[in-house]
Design a protein around this ligand. Sequence first.
Ligand code: DC
Length: 214
Amino acid sequence: MIVAIDGPAGVGKSSIAKMLAEKSTFTYLNSGSFYRAYTYLHQQTGKDVTDLAGVLATAQEVQLRLIDGHIHVNGIDIEDKLRTKEVDAVVARVSAYPPLRSYVNEQLKEIAHGEDMIVEGRDITTVVFPDAELKIYFDAKPEIRAERRFKQNPEGTTYEEVLAGVKARDEIDRNKAVGALKQAEDALYIDTSYLTMEEVCEKVLSAVFALKMG
Ligand code: DC
């Protein structure tokens, strides 16, 4: 069974999906990590990251593996390299490149095939798994998402900078030619603005349970 989750940056998708995986038999798959990994690996080659065809070529040369929820390449765990300022600065543009999206989507489908998985991203409910048994759209106001991000990592940035970053990413995420963030018509909508992670988790687990019973 696939639980597909979409929503904007900083809405709590990753934290909640991880918590859900811990409380269930589902495995967690973060599609954003693939875009981040290819961005990082291309940056490591020292080549121009605005050359999107070049990023795709880099992607096709490496093989990513998911081990215990961490991305590995050539046996090395690169998970802790994926959320740096350098990657953050360009990953939205990299992820807007349609041929790279197709490449990532094929891998997500292959990994999830026949598994119980919670897959999160921006186009998971609309493009990658439109037939997922359960589709969820998480939402929260930009100010609240920025505040959460700022509290997680207050060093070296101001709240205003974080808010500007959240808004800039929303703009790119929502206006991509392919794979833009939008709510699937039949997705369960959850506004996480004033809910704790536990409360959100409960809502999702109730929906999973209702499906399994039905
Ligand atoms: O969720 P995240 O911030 O780790 O995602 C990194 C980038 O990849 C972000 O700019 C959105 C983009 N992304 C995407 O376009 N499609 C997905 N399915 C997941 C992430």
